[in-house]
Design a protein around this ligand. Structure first.
Ligand SMILES: C[S@@+](CC[C@H](N)C(=O)[O-])C[C@H]1O[C@@H](n2cnc3c(N)ncnc32)[C@H](O)[C@@H]1O
Length: 190
C-alpha cells in the first residue's frame, strides 16, 4: 500500500527543501553501521549517508520502480556500491530482514499515515538492542512549500504514542531541522 500523499516533486526542487548536511550531521552515524531506509525516494539522504564511509552498509526500500531506478543511478554516478536498493511494499510485506540485525533505521518523510505503528513495529523488530531509529518530518506549525496535507503530518507526541509498547525510547536527540522539518531519534531498549 503506497502511503497517501507520498508522491515526489522534481528531484532538484525536492533536494533544495532540506539542509542535507545538517541532517546527516544530526544523525551522527558510527562507522561500520548497518542502515535501513524505508521509502528512499531519489536517494536524497541515501547517497550522502552511503558516501560517509564504504564500511557502512545500507539496505534501502521503495515501492516505486521509478524511484528505485533513479536512486540506483544516483548511487552509481556517485561511485557507491554499499547500498542495496530494493523494490518492495514495506507496509504490506515488511522488510524480510532478520530480527535485531540493524544499527540504524531511517524513516524520513514517511510516517504520515494512521497505521504508523505498524512501520514502527517492523523497525523495532529489525533494530539491534541499542540501535537507533531516526525520524524526520515536515513541520505543521509553519507554512511549508511542500509536504503532505497538514492533518496527515505527525508530530513528536504522535510518534511517541505510536511507539508505546515497542521497546523504543526517546534518545534525547530531537530538534528542529531548519528550514521545514523536525527530527527525533528513538533507541531500541537494551
Ligand atoms: C515523501 S517520499 C520521501 C523520500 C525520502 N525518504 C526523502 O525524505 O527524501 C516517500 C517515499 O516513500 C515511498 N513509499 C510510499 N509507500 C511505501 C511503501 N508502502 N513501501 C515502501 N516505500 C513506500 C514513496 O514511493 C516515496 O518515494
Amino acid at each position: 500500500m503506497k502511503i497517501e500523499d507520498s508522491g515526489m516533486p522534481e528531484e532538484l526542487y525536492w533536494n533544495s527543501l532540506f539542509n542535507i548536511k545538517s541532517i546527516i550531521d544530526w544523525l551522527d552515524i558510527p562507522e561500520k553501521s548497518t542502515i535501513v531506509e524505508v521509502g528512499f525516494g531519489y536517494g536524497t539522504f541515501t547517497v550522502p549517508i552511503a558516501a560517509l564511509s564504504p564500511k557502512n552498509t545500507l539496505v534501502a526500500f521503495d515501492i516505486e520502480p521509478d524511484m528505485v531506478e533513479i536512486a540506483r543511478r544516483n548511487l552509481s554516478n556517485a561511485g557507491l556500491s554499499n547500498v542495496e536498493c530494493i523494490l518492495r511494499d514495506v507496509l504490506a510485506e515488511g522488510t524480510a530482514l532478520e530480527s535485531e540485525s540493524v544499527d540504524v533505521v531511517l524513516l524520513f518523510n514517511i510516517l504520515h499515515f494512521n497505521e504508523r505503528n505498524l512501520l514502527l513495529q517492523e523497525t523495532s523488530r529489525i533494530l539491534k538492542k541499542g540501535g537507533i531509529v531516526a525520524i524526520i518530518h515536515w513541520r505543521k506549525d509553519i507554512p511549508t512549500p511542500r509536504g503532505p496535507a497538514i492533518e496527515l503530518r505527525p508530530d513528536i507526541a504522535q510518534i511517541m504514542s505510536a511507539s508505546e509498547g515497542l521497546e523504543l525510547a526517546f534518545h534525547g536527540n530531537s530538534k528542529a531541522l531548519k528550514p521545514y522539518h523536525w527530527g527525533i531519534q528513538l533507541v531500541k531498549m537494551p
